[in-house]
Design a protein around this ligand. Structure first.
Ligand code: UT7
Length: 323
């Protein structure tokens, strides 16, 4: 059977790191509040010349290098973002041009913080059905550009960055021990728009808009939805939580990570946490955290890795991968 195998990962961050203390100089907040409520200590903020596509391109180059393949071999780029360089064309096409891999398929996916899971599921389906052979799946954001810096309830939570995976369609033996993406489950419930949204857009206000969130309600939905979709993916593959080597969650809030892990009786040491250093980078957070755990030697060949995310829409999803 054909499976999508992860053959490389990469990530990129803006040059400028911003600590909670630095934020507290201009926003009515404190390091203490941010750390206690979210676990965030630091975030990276894009500067002049740094955009979603430049961060995505940098992350993609690192991932291609890790996979040992040339950009010209890539015939599919799926890029998840809520902060594209332009309303159109897709940021994926800018990345394609910057990498010099014209000719294949390139498009963006919009599912906000779950965007990377949606991109991964889409690319996996396209590889398995033979529409492409080698894909770059990217999550990239410059959320700092759509934050209301006067709204302390949101502006302290987010950061910028990008992460990328190379997926290759490979013929593998059937069964869960074989490498590749074993199962991806995606969901959406459009009834909760008013809990997490941007108050603008090309077709409504003609502006980009700013992020608005009712954090406490989002928090409640996140823990329930994430635990449900993790169980769904485990049920689909026949694994139990005890079989998982690493969970790479969307990095929104350390308390959501803890609560979700507790609901599934997952030991906290199996959960990859980067929210302290990157904050919430929306669609970039899962591949960024994944790349950190590959590079520091935690995620190794043969490991069973669960990716999961929940975000605006609401949208949510999870994917189980044998490395
Ligand atoms: O990535 C997409 C998914 N997003 C999420 O998953 C986010 C989910 N939600 C959360 O992570 C949390 O709800 C937050 C971190 C956003 C907020 O934490 P909370 O414990 O739910 O706090 P809260 O919003 O209920 O606010 C508590 C208090 C309020 O003061 P009062 O009304 O109790 O006097 C806020 O005004 O904290 C105040 N507050 C702040 N204080 C200092 C809100 N933001 C800040 C701030 N600094 N930055």
């Amino acid at each position: 059977m054909i499976r999508s195998v992860v053959t490389g990962s990469g990530s990129a961050l803006p040059k400028r790191a911003v600590s909670n203390a630095e934020l507290a100089e201009t926003v009515d907040t404190s390091d203490e509040w941010i750390v206690e409520r979210t676990g965030i200590r630091n975030r990276y903020i894009a500067g002049e010349g740094e955009t979603t596509s430049t961060l995505a391109t940098d992350a993609a180059r690192v991932a291609l290098d890790a996979a040992g393949i040339d950009a010209s071999e890539i015939d599919l780029i799926v890029l998840a973002t809520a902060t594209p360089d332009q309303t159109f064309p897709a940021t994926a096409t800018r990345v394609q041009d910057a990498l010099g891999c014209q000719g294949g398929i390139a498009f963006d996916v919009g599912a906000v913080c779950s965007g990377f899971l949606y991109a991964l599921g889409t690319a996996d389906a396209m590889l398995r059905t033979g529409m492409a052979k080698k894909a770059l799946v990217i999550g990239a954001e410059t959320f700092s550009r759509i934050l209301d810096w006067e709204d302390r309830a949101t502006c302290v939570l987010f950061g910028d960055g990008a992460g990328a995976l190379v997926l290759e369609a490979r013929e593998v033996a059937d069964g869960p021990q074989a490498q590749g993406i074993l199962s991806t489950k995606l969901h959406a419930d459009g009834a909760h728009n008013e809990l997490l949204y941007v108050d603008g857009g090309p077709s409504t206000t003609g502006t980009v808009g700013k992020v608005r969130m009712r954090g406490r309600e989002v928090f409640r939905h996140a823990v329930v939805n994430l635990a449900d979709v993790l169980r769904e993916v485990l049920g689909d593959t026949g694994y139990t939580a005890a079989d998982i080597d690493w969970v790479v969650p969307h990095q929104a809030n350390a308390r959501i990570l803890d609560a979700t892990a507790r609901k599934l009786s997952l030991p906290p040491e199996k959960v990859v946490v980067t929210v302290d250093r990157h904050a919430n980078t929306s669609a970039a957070s899962v591949p960024l955290a994944f790349d950190v755990a590959v590079r520091d030697g935690r995620i190794k060949p043969g490991d069973l890795v669960m990716l999961e995310a929940m975000g605006g829409g609401f949208t949510w999803g999870a994917s189980l991968i044998r490395m």
